[in-house]
Design a binder for this molecule. Structure first.
Ligand SMILES: Cc1cc2nc3c(=O)[nH]c(=O)nc-3n(C[C@H](O)[C@H](O)[C@H](O)COP(=O)(O)O)c2cc1C
Length: 203
């Protein structure tokens, strides 16, 4: 699958078949995540793979009772051990750890899609409860959960903001779309994106 197709077609899934996700697939997805950049190349990620039914239910309950999560084949809790980032960078290190976890998770979502799995990023949880359920040491922080499984959903269309409303040139305030040259480029990109998305969704 081409990168563009993977990026455009990936979407959040909340309904899964009971089919298990093989350990080799989970390992491949995590391996892909570890290609992400990290601050100072510290690679402080820790991944807790949850496949046990009781543990999945407990985690789902700790995620503001998002019970649907327990039906997925696996939950990968993306954590960081913050000792090194704090030692090297002090307080900002905590923020870097969040970014490092997010970068890995994004790659994991894309790899999951490429491998034919559905996924969802979940961050709404009670951190203390998750730490307790997974027996995480104090220095290990859970940032998000990558929910993985075989999708039982159909339909992938989702609304997007207009590119021109999101980009500014040189400083915040004047929209890049208001500059003639950039405006033209954005218009073309938006049209190209619409056509590509339409083509992909027709497949
Ligand atoms: C930081 C963050 C937190 C999220 N937390 C949840 C969550 O707790 N539950 C959930 O169902 N989806 C969650 N999502 C998924 C978003 O709702 C979803 O990505 C968004 O609606 C866009 O849809 P898409 O993933 O299909 O592009 C989260 C996404 C992000 C990036």
């Amino acid at each position: 699958m081409e990168l563009d197709e993977c990026i455009v077609k990936r979407h959040s899934v909340h309904k899964f078949s009971p089919k298990e996700v093989a350990a080799s697939i989970l390992a491949t997805i995590i391996k892909t995540g570890t290609n992400a950049p990290t601050a100072g190349n510290l690679q402080e990620w820790r991944f807790v793979v949850v496949t046990d039914e009781t543990q999945k239910e407990k985690v789902a309950n700790a995620c503001e009772e998002q019970i649907w999560m327990a039906n997925a084949g696996a939950l990968i809790v993306v954590c960081t051990d913050n000792r090194d980032v704090k030692r090297f960078y002090g307080e900002p290190g905590n923020g870097y750890a969040v970014q490092d976890a997010a970068a890995a998770a994004m790659l994991m979502l894309l790899k999951a899609h490429e491998l034919g799995l559905g996924s969802c990023w979940v961050s709404a949880f009670d951190e203390e409860k998750i730490k307790d359920i997974l027996a995480l040491p104090t220095v290990v922080v859970p940032h998000l959960i990558v929910v993985l499984g075989y999708s039982e959903e159909t339909g992938t269309e989702k609304p997007h903001f207009t590119l021109g409303d999101l980009i500014y040139l040189n400083r915040y305030g004047k929209r890049a779309a208001e500059y003639p040259e950039m405006g033209e480029i954005i218009k073309k990109l938006v049209e190209k994106g619409k056509k590509a998305a339409k083509k992909l969704h027709q497949r």
